[in-house]
Write a protein that binds this ligand. Sequence first.
Ligand SMILES: Cc1cc2nc3c(=O)[nH]c(=O)nc-3n(C[C@H](O)[C@H](O)[C@H](O)COP(=O)(O)OP(=O)(O)OC[C@H]3O[C@@H](n4cnc5c(N)ncnc54)[C@H](O)[C@@H]3O)c2cc1C
Length: 347
Amino acid sequence: MKVQENVSLAALTTFQVGGPARYLVEATTNAEVAEAVQFSRAQGLPLFVLGGGSNLVVADAGWPGVALKIAIAGIDERTEDGKLLFDVGAGVEWDKFVARAVARNCSGIECLSGIPGSVGGTPVQNVGAYGQEVAETIEAVLALDMKDGQIRELCNEACGFSYRTSIFNTRERGRYIILRVTYALEPGGAPRAHYADLKRYFAGREAPTLAETRDAVRRIRAGKGMLITPGDEDCRSAGSFFKNPVLSAGQFGELAARAKAKNLQIPSYPALDAQKKVSAGWLVEHSGFGKGFGFGRVGISRKHALAIVNRGEATAGEVVAFKEMIQERVVDLWGIRLEPEPVFVGF
Ligand SMILES: Cc1cc2nc3c(=O)[nH]c(=O)nc-3n(C[C@H](O)[C@H](O)[C@H](O)COP(=O)(O)OP(=O)(O)OC[C@H]3O[C@@H](n4cnc5c(N)ncnc54)[C@H](O)[C@@H]3O)c2cc1C
């Protein structure tokens, strides 16, 4: 177990804001994770689990406790009931695992290509994109239960997945440290390319392969600043900053009436409509925060209305002030409170 003191967390996150952790501990095995938990308890300090740092806003004052960086490696394969099961260490980079699955000609996660972060981070908010989410293919999650120090395997149902949520970021937040995730993928399965952007990309071509779908997703993401690309400041972010609001029929009716009064129409996307969601990006854009909007050292990505970006040397305070400004304006204009997607650390 590697222990360092007063280490900047900004450098360990994609947003690149925020102060230092009192301790940064890196764990490469299950035993080291348990040791790190003991260390934080012995110090009487709170513990925060850090994956790839791609969904975080760290406070300017930093984290006063132990930041535990999960660096458990390894991908093992086995066959069960016609599926290929991958047991993947929580510290494995997510996109490397997707590349491996596609190279093994297994379908189920190809649309999730190019999402930054670690495998251990994926169950937390049930990562999703382009018509796929990890809840569809996660077989089990192996985790250290901080309640009693036991290592438990949680089956898919026990993880309580729904849109951008699981037990890990709701009712059991802070209880489990994810050590390994088992994915059940389909050997020789067809790629899923029903999402509008992908359909457009492949229009007039033959059915794409898994590798072509992965490539298309990465290209589409790069065009939106949603692929970490060195030198592209539009991806100095935490990805989408707000969740798409899920509305009741009454709320949707009220929103549509407000739009009509402004001579606007709420855009309809099959993927969102099916879950009674409306586009948070549309709400942000139609509240005066278009692509490229600047607010000092923060702003809206030039390529995507839903990403707040750090234009360089921004503080977490600036990010939060901008986020609140957007939330207030959206409430005033549309009567909807947008909920942030990233995790706020040390606030
Ligand atoms: C450019 C960009 C594009 C993105 N696109 C998408 C997208 O398309 N879809 C999507 O869903 N997300 C997207 N994201 C958000 C982010 O990449 C995912 O949520 C990712 O899964 C977070 O994983 P991470 O390892 O970086 O977690 P971190 O950011 O390090 O942590 C996030 C949360 O997970 C917890 N956590 C992390 N690892 C563990 C573990 N091993 N055990 C217990 N808890 C843990 C942390 O404590 C924290 O609460 C994007 C982000 C960026 C910057």
